[in-house]
Design a protein around this ligand. Structure first.
Ligand SMILES: Nc1ncnc2c1ncn2[C@@H]1O[C@H](COP(=O)(O)OP(=O)(O)OP(=O)(O)O)[C@@H](O)[C@H]1O
Ligand SMILES: [Mg+2]
Length: 337
């Protein structure tokens, strides 16, 4: 544990053993020199993710495999303690996990690679199959048949592109390098735009219901408009695709003065999600019975919401379906990236 200037104020026995220095020597040292963590490409981790100078809404870091030069790899998590939202860091708590770490990270990596390969292969198999067939037997098909095959090729190519975009986002989320360009956004207007998009692509307008849209005064929210669109698109698409009935949305102000936020809920009237699956749905590649998805959507959504300093949760809607609720802190951030 380091204080507001980065000096070590507490070390437990295991941490001292992993670092390889007695705790009596570590106390009072600058954590950045006592624990010179490096990324796998040799860059200083502290320089990349300065907890004291970085984004003031950051609350810490997910587990990451890093290197202590001259020693082993370690899995590192970090938590930044602030007395209030957007206040300077008063404590940085770093968690270290050793030895096992490498093996587990490698096992994770190879599982991830095989899932990605699998997800990429099925659309590409169809692209390859249909284009070969068309090239070899062009004259044997009617125009309608050819059009159908080309449409399938196009849809599968889109799927591969989307998958790759999501994978790139995931790698940014996991490494804490997701860029969030905040500016004032109108959340209600953004939801309305998405409703229009769904209607334009053939959905019935009555399937969407945005309440509290006009009458409640909302605090000003700063967010990255493109990322907010990504969050809304994913959650609304899930509600339409995995849920059923009317998709109800609301935007309401929450929190007290000085710590205000808006909460956005998106619920549907489908079968919902059983509570034992709540922890799973936000993980990578987890998906239910409904076909077509890769299971990356909610993982990306959670990463995006958290990168804004918000939280996301899932529950049961009054109408029976799934209800997703995320928050976005209001107010001007000190650090506009
Ligand atoms: N509104 C909902 N109603 C019922 N189940 C849902 C709902 N939203 C998500 N789920 C379940 O959670 C799973 C994970 O959702 P997620 O968005 O991460 O992946 P996906 O929609 O399957 O794929 P992707 O979003 O990557 O195309 C879904 O496969 C589905 O089983
Ligand atoms: Mg989805």
């Amino acid at each position: 544990m380091a204080d507001e200037q980065g000096f070590i104020v507490y070390v437990n026995k295991r941490a001292a053993a992993i670092i390889g220095t007695p705790s009596s020597e570590l106390l009072g040292q600058d954590i950045r020199t006592a624990l010179p963590l490096q990324e796998s490409d040799g860059r200083s981790w502290w320089a990349c993710t300065d907890p004291w100078k970085g984004l003031a809404t950051r609350t810490g870091h997910r587990e990451k495999l890093l290197i202590i030069p001259g020693r082993d790899e370690v899995l590192v998590t970090a938590r930044y303690v602030r007395p209030g939202r957007s206040m300077p860091v008063t404590q940085v708590i770093v968690g270290l996990r050793d030895a096992e770490a490498r093996r587990r990270a490698e096992a994770n990596n190879s599982a991830l690679i095989s899932t990605i390969a699998h997800e990429l292969r099925s659309p590409l198999t169809s692209v390859k199959g249909f284009s070969s067939t068309l090239l070899r037997r062009w004259d044997r098909f009617t125009d309608d048949q050819k059009r159908l095959m080309l449409q399938t090729i196009e849809a599968d190519a889109d799927r591969v592109t989307r998958l790759i975009t999501e994978l790139l986002d995931i790698s940014r989320i996991d490494s804490g390098r997701l860029q969030v360009r905040k500016q004032p956004v109108d959340v209600t207007a953004a939801i309305n735009r998405h409703i229009e998009r769904f209607v334009a692509s053939g959905y019935d307008r009555v399937r969407f219901d945005l309440s509290n849209g006009h009458d409640v005064a909302l605090p000003e929210v700063w967010a990255d408009p493109d990322r907010l669109d990504q969050i809304l698109a994913n959650l609304m698409e899930n509600a339409v695709r995995h849920g059923a009935g009317t998709v109800s949305m609301s935007v309401v102000p929450i929190g007290r003065e000085g710590d205000e936020a808006v909460a956005v809920t998106i619920s549907d009237e489908g079968e919902g999600i059983s509570p034992e699956q709540y922890p799973m749905i936000f993980t990578r590649f987890w998906h239910g019975r409904t076909r077509g998805g890769t299971g990356l959507g909610l993982y990306v959504v959670r990463g995006l919401v958290e990168a804004h300093g918000g939280t996301i949760s899932v529950g049961r809607a009054a109408a029976g379906g799934a209800e997703f609720r995320f928050t976005l802190p209001a107010g001007t951030p000190e650090h506009v990236v």
